[in-house]
Ligand binder design. Structure first.
Ligand code: AHR
Length: 861
């Protein structure tokens, strides 16, 4: 089905009607002014204005952004200050700019047409001063570009410069007289403000091209911003629609049987306090203030308090349980009665009659044997369960006990109370429900895991997202720190502003996948941290030094051995010892997460990719194409994948519903000979039925393009109420309730009704308006395991649609099919699917309510 008009065609229509009225009187050349604005401090990027007489200027846009600086932390630090545009002898435009007032770094990007800009680089050229007002000229005699700048580290009248042939390697920094610079920036009145920038004479075609780019982007934004709410007026008077959907088995193709998976990131308390069933917060006393600048109590004692008097509670680090877990609690009891209390994650939720496994590490620092009373208590001291452990050693030992909850409570606390005087060291104080998902020790919260499992995901991506590549090099997620005994795992700051205990580590992720019949899809940093990092410098952080990349790559190869090697291999043995002698059968490894595609990225990604390909050709490596559906990172990420022959590439885009409605042909246009696609993160920025239907509509294009789109995952998956740093998410929850969104039901309907063969649908509508046809989606797949035919129909119109479905060559069909319908008001956040039956045949009718998603599962005989 290819009923969506291509954007290009739409744009041509639009352009011819409203905007581009080209005349023969246009000049051959014009002046172009390149600038960024003071008022945004460069955050709105590079702008252009043009003039034919160099006196009166017309801003394009106005203030349309042609280039955006990607250096530093998200939003605040991404500045393009005092841009300087220069055309080199190769006709390429070079833009250099200053990034801020402190770093001795300038930025560079090049472009052939001023609209598409190649990857940015941020050379460090000063160690003792900043880099201001950079400019470029070309030294013909030497055949080099000279980049000069002013600096607060300079003497009066002094400037600095470096030279380069390629903007990749630079000479060392030299001092030069300020007067030797061109100093040709001008102040120009544009759009009512005086702006500073450079003026260049260009061909009129260049100006025209810049204007067209702005017009096309504006038009596309307009489409993306179309709101379904406005459809009530857009479609006033629209009659109910008749749709004839003809499907022929002879027009079918094989598609991916891995289309629907889940993206698990430890964001919004998804792991600790979320899916990971541990009920004790800060069990290892490892919280540290730099993890969460917003909470002044975020330290080793977070979530713990001393109850009672005549006692002291301190934190110590001498001779810990394990060097990776250096902090522990010391409790000194002068008169028995006092103890430690843990408040859990927003309280501890328990269910009456159920068992809870308590454990801790302890040692008697005073040599005296002690008995600890362990209790679950309510806010008024009610006792909900009790047991005792005897601590009989001066060395660290693990002690366990089982508590049986006497009643259900949503906000209990845990008490640990020594029964005699003396001093005791305590660590890794833990409480797990015995009923975890599939009953595993150190397991997952059963209800939440079951809800995820109900999607029937074919794969699970973990541990992120940004958590994979981290906030600075030191924060890159290292899988080896997350396996083995819990007390030996290395906790880490979570870049979303909290703490990762790593209790939910690689072993647990792989186990979760196995339990759900899903493929594990670990995503590993490509040797570079997040481009929005706040620590370790800025921009792309420089990446892991190349002389450390050998070990970094070895760690990735070790992961493959850990997952797939037999128990005689070094790493396979560790997996077997942890309780899984059989290999996990890892097939996919993601390298990189929506990174800024720079030379630094490319060098590291290439080294990792080649090493995996050489040692493990059986592994499908998934590359990355940046955080957007287009633009430099997208294009360059794809270029690298094409050059290297990377089998699959991870795309990300978060867009408004209008974008999804108007871009259903996005993958129809993909080259089938290049890499396959893993759409690793997408969402339509909302949790209403309108959002969910826009996603359901777009997802018909995943099935239609299932020969090139191999995997998809909505993002993010989980969010704990009151700890949500990112919205929207697919499933909200608190300690006692699960709140799946409407978007969840769409994912579940697709996950439970996937197929591996796509049957082309030819759709004819009684109304041929393009905005009508864009709002009706159909996809028919066959599942070879059951031989079922699955018809998905999406109606995003305010009127009902009667669909006449004709199935040819599909064999005989049982007369009754299961029909599931998700419908409601556009604003509805609580709509849930209802399931019934429908009489069917090779030619049957189905009524699609206004604003609905219908799935019909037909049995063949
Ligand atoms: O899904 C939330 C975040 O969105 C991910 O961590 C990151 O990859 C993307 O920007």
């Amino acid at each position: 089905m290819k009923k969506t008009l291509s954007l290009f065609f739409l744009f041509s229509l639009f352009a011819s009607q409203f905007v581009i009225a080209r005349t023969t009187n246009e000049p051959d050349s014009a002046y172009l002014f390149a600038y960024s604005t003071q008022k945004s401090m460069g955050r709105s990027g590079l702008h252009f204005a043009w003039s034919s007489d160099r006196k009166s200027w017309s801003a394009i846009g106005p203030e349309f952004r042609y280039l955006f600086s990607d250096y530093g932390r998200w939003k605040v630090e991404k500045r393009l200050v005092t841009p300087y545009l220069f055309q080199g002898p190769d006709r390429k435009w070079h833009c250099v700019w200053s990034l801020n007032e402190k770093d001795g770094v300038f930025a560079h990007a090049a472009s052939s047409d001023l609209t598409y800009w190649l990857p940015q680089s941020y050379p460090t050229v000063m160690t003792n001063g900043n880099c201001q007002q950079p400019e470029v000229l070309y030294d013909k005699r030497q055949g080099v570009y000279v980049i000069s700048w002013l600096s607060n580290g300079a003497k009066d009248g002094e400037a600095y410069c470096v030279t380069t042939k390629d903007f990749k390697t630079f000479s060392s920094t030299k001092s030069i007289p300020v007067a030797s610079r061109l100093n040709d920036r001008e102040n120009i009145l544009v759009n009512g403000s005086i702006e500073t920038g450079v003026v260049r004479k260009v061909a009129w075609a260049d100006v025209d091209n810049l204007m067209k780019k702005q017009q096309l982007d504006t038009y596309r934004n307009q489409l993306s911003n179309e709101r379904l709410k406005d459809d009530y007026t857009r479609f006033v008077g629209l009659k109910p629609i008749d749709a004839t959907i003809s499907v022929k088995m002879s027009e079918s193709k094989k598609i991916s049987d891995q289309l629907i998976g889940v993206f698990f990131e430890d964001i919004n308390y998804s792991a600790d306090g979320g899916l990971y069933a541990e009920l004790i917060q800060n069990r290892g006393f490892e919280y540290s203030p730099e993890e969460n600048g917003r909470d002044k109590n975020w330290n080793s004692t977070k979530a713990w308090s001393l109850k009672g008097e005549n006692a002291e509670f301190t934190i110590a680090t001498v001779s810990p349980v394990h060097p990776n877990n250096p902090h522990y609690a010391v409790l000194k009891i002068n008169i028995p009665g006092a103890g430690l209390i843990n408040e859990g994650f927003d309280g501890i939720a328990i269910k009456g009659g159920e068992k809870y496994d308590f454990s801790l590490f302890a040692r008697n620092t005073d040599g005296k044997v002690k008995k600890l009373r362990i209790r679950l208590v309510g806010s008024k001291g009610e006792v909900y369960g009790e047991n005792f452990v005897n601590i009989n050693s001066t060395a660290w030992n693990k002690y366990t006990a089982v508590l049986v909850a006497t009643q259900t409570a949503s906000v209990a606390k845990l008490e640990v109370v020594p029964q005699s005087t003396g001093t005791i060291a305590l660590d890794m104080i833990s409480l797990f429900p015995e009923k975890t998902f599939k009953g595993h020790k150190n397991g997952l919260r059963a209800d939440l895991a079951e809800l995820i499992s109900d999607i029937h995901p074919r794969f699970v991506r973990f541990p992120g997202g940004c958590v994979s590549h981290g906030d600075g090099i030191a924060n890159i997620y290292r899988w080896k720190n997350t396996i083995g005994p819990l007390e030996a795992r290395k906790p880490m700051r979570n870049l979303w502003g909290y703490h990762q205990s790593m209790g939910l580590g690689y072993y647990e992720y792989f186990q979760f996948c196995e339990d759900m019949g899903a493929e594990p899809l670990p995503v590993i940093a490509a040797g570079v941290p997040c481009q929005n990092s706040s620590t370790g410098g800025a921009g792309q952080q420089g990446g892991i030094p190349m002389n450390e990349m050998g070990q970094y790559i070895q760690d990735i190869l070790d992961l493959i051995e850990w997952a797939n090697g037999d128990a005689t291999t070094t790493w396979g043995k560790k997996r077997a010892e942890a309780g899984h002698p059989k290999p996990f059968n890892l097939k996919y490894v993601g390298i990189g997460n929506e990174d800024l595609i720079t030379d630094i990225f490319e060098e590291r990604f290439t080294a990792i990719f080649k090493a995996i390909k050489e040692k493990h050709p059986e592994i499908t490596v998934i590359g990355t194409a940046g955080p957007n559906a287009e633009g430099t990172d997208y294009t360059e990420g794809w270029n690298i994948a094409t050059q290297l022959g990377v089998p699959m590439i991870d795309e990300h885009y978060y867009q408004a519903p209008g974008w999804f409605i108007n871009n259903q042909d996005y993958y129809d246009k993909y080259d089938r000979t290049k890499s396959k696609v893993y759409l690793g993160e997408y969402a339509s920025r909302g949790n209403t039925l309108a959002n969910a239907l826009a996603e359901a509509l777009y997802m018909t294009s995943f099935e239609r393009n299932g020969d090139v789109v191999s995997m998809t995952s909505y993002a993010p998956l989980l969010a704990k109420e009151d700890h949500t740093r990112w919205n929207p998410d697919m499933i909200y929850f608190n300690n006692t309730e699960l709140k799946p969104t409407v978007n969840y039901y769409v994912q579940k309907l697709y996950g439970q009704n996937s197929g591996d063969t796509y049957l082309t649908s030819n759709v004819k509508l009684s109304d041929n308006r393009s905005d009508v046809s864009k709002r009706i989606g159909a996809s028919v797949v066959r599942d070879s395991k059951t031989n079922d035919l699955i018809v998905k129909l999406v109606n995003v119109l305010p009127v009902a649609v009667t669909a006449k479905i004709a199935l040819e060559g599909v064999g005989s069909i049982r007369p009754t099919a299961v029909k599931t319908v998700l419908t409601g008001d556009l604003d509805d956040k609580k709509a849930q699917p209802t399931t019934g039956t429908i009489p069917v045949s090779n030619d049957f009718d189905c009524a699609l309510p206004a604003y609905s998603f219908t799935v019909i599962r037909l049995k063949t005989k």
